[in-house]
Design a protein around this ligand. Structure first.
Ligand code: FE2
Length: 164
């Protein structure tokens, strides 16, 4: 790999792999969560993620490439951590931990899409720039939603059970 075009394509394959891995992990999160709000957030994010996969396929098409993934160690690590939590934690600790794990994934995605959309612009891939910016905005909105859920509900439940 030497050029910006090559790192762009490599990173696109990396997020394509990551989004597909996330669609497999989210149903497990929804199933394990105790909070109905967290379950709902995971289910909603699953349908949004499927939509993002379609958008990424459009990005590949717009640059004349076919969609394919490349193993992404970062997302595998984050998912592994969430899997461990599902085995080790329960009750409010599980919910607070799972929500935090989802936010770690969002932050990872925000970092990736932020770089990708700028590279697309630099490379003159206007359609890819537009689509990647749309996904970035969705990831930021999801992260904000999760923060809101943490501070208004999930973490407060933890606090109450600690006091009890
Ligand atoms: Fe995503």
């Amino acid at each position: 790999m030497k050029t910006l075009a090559e790192i762009f394509e490599h990173t696109l394959k990396d997020v394509y792999f990551a989004e597909n891995a996330i669609t497999k992990a989210l149903p497990k999160v929804a199933k394990a969560a105790n909070s109905p709000e967290l379950k709902k957030a995971a289910e909603e994010h699953l349908s949004e993620t499927k939509d993002q996969i379609k958008k990424l396929e459009q990005v590949f098409k717009s640059i004349g490439k076919s969609a394919s993934g490349e193993k992404c160690d970062a997302i595998e690590g984050l998912i592994k951590e969430a899997d461990g939590l599902m085995k080790e934690a329960e009750g409010t600790a599980l919910d607070a931990g799972l929500l935090a794990a989802c936010q770690a994934v969002e932050h990872y995605e925000i970092a990736r899409y932020g770089s990708l959309r700028e590279w697309a612009k630099d490379l003159g891939h206007d359609e890819a720039h537009k689509l990647l910016s749309e996904i970035l905005d969705q990831e930021k909105a999801t992260n904000n939603k999760l923060t809101n859920l943490a501070v208004t509900s999930i973490n407060k439940v933890s606090g109450r059970s600690k006091a009890a």
